[in-house]
Design a protein around this ligand. Structure first.
Ligand code: FES
Ligand SMILES: [Fe+2]
Length: 335
């Protein structure tokens, strides 16, 4: 029986909608702009003089220059930001964050749409929260239907929690294939070589959120230490995982579609400030290393697998159907 052909994509699903991380806050200074490539589209991001982050479609409606690449003294970086607007490098037209043209330097008569103050470039909803910059993607351009959640440990200059320790991967896989790992206990044995796989005590799917809780038993030189892993998703793009027991670690694990089968994973680890120079240097670093190693192991499977609409499951496999039902709410067919 043929289960998959070589023709067509490895995964036929569209990109999911929701909030997705595109940068960390620290990646974009006041007055800075950058090209972005996400959601199979070219975009430009800029931070205005007042500090607001704006995202527009990349191409200038005048003659099609990309707004994210500077020239002359800005060459190699983004284009100029002037006040609340970004300036096109080609002929100096300026656009605000709502996609309206705010300045045409040499025209005696403005193009009618500019004169009327119409929006001439599509703009994207943006939130800056948890030291990350998030963009709302929906293939039908529907306005945001939910908000991202604030993560206490991820607030800037937190008295108790460290700065982010950041890792990033671009993975040849549809995002849903990655999400399915969360309900796949058996893969731990084979992909990650862990011999004791705890079952999830809680696995809740509610609206756009998903929560899991599992208890762990960690072998250490001092014996077994009980621990827990708590994870929470808000939409398909945003998740936070809290590891406790040996050494408290918070992982903000956000994933964003660059294209339907190319996903960027942003991992930011946060650990207790008080013990960063002691236990953090040994156990804390080992936990981060182990999680990153698991990612590298998973990547090999993801980058080469095919999506099966009807996997041949057995009773030891996790609740894939539930997961797919939850995930399916973010997939608009026909896109
Ligand atoms: S192409 Fe942008 S100002 Fe001309
Ligand atoms: Fe895994």
């Amino acid at each position: 029986m043929v289960i998959a052909s070589d023709a067509g994509p490895r995964c036929p699903l569209p990109m999911p909608w929701g909030w997705f991380q595109v940068l960390y806050s620290g990646d974009l200074a006041v007055g800075e702009s950058k090209p972005l490539r996400y959601f199979d589209q070219d975009l430009v991001i800029f931070r205005t003089e007042s500090g607001a982050v704006k995202v527009l479609d990349a191409y200038c409606p005048h003659m099609g220059a990309h707004l994210g690449y500077g020239i002359r003294d800005q060459a190699g970086g983004g284009s100029r930001v002037v006040g609340e607007s970004i300036e096109c490098p080609f002929h100096g037209w300026r656009y605000d964050g709502e996609g309206k043209c705010t300045h045409v330097p040499y025209a005696k008569n403005l193009p009618p749409r500019v004169a009327k103050g119409e929006q001439v470039i599509d703009c994207w909803p943006v939130r800056e929260i948890n030291q990350t910059i998030l963009v709302w993607y929906h293939p039908d351009k529907i306005a945001p239907t939910f908000e991202p959640e604030s993560i206490a440990e991820a607030q800037p200059e937190h008295p108790d929690w460290s700065e982010f320790d950041i890792y990033r991967w671009d993975i040849d896989v549809h995002m849903q294939e990655m999400a399915e790992n969360a309900v796949d206990p058996a893969h731990f044995l084979f992909v990650h070589g862990t011999d004791d796989v705890p079952d999830a005590e809680v696995l809740e799917f509610e609206g756009v959120t998903r929560r899991g809780f599992l208890k762990t038993r960690n072998p250490t030189p001092k014996g077994i230490i009980e621990g827990a892993i708590e994870n929470a998703n808000t939409g398909p793009g945003l998740s936070v995982v809290r590891f406790s027991g040996i050494y408290d670690t918070v992982l903000m694990a956000n994933v964003t579609p660059i294209g339907p089968e190319l996903t960027r994973a942003f991992y930011a680890f946060i650990q207790p400030k008080a013990t960063l120079d002691t236990l953090g240097k040994t156990v804390g670093k080992a936990i981060i290393k182990n999680i990153c190693q698991q990612m590298e192991e998973d990547m090999i499977i993801w980058a080469h697998k095919r999506y099966l609409e009807k996997p041949m499951l057995c009773d030891g496999d996790g609740p894939f159907a539930k997961m797919r039902r939850w995930y399916g709410q973010f997939l608009v067919s026909g896109n």
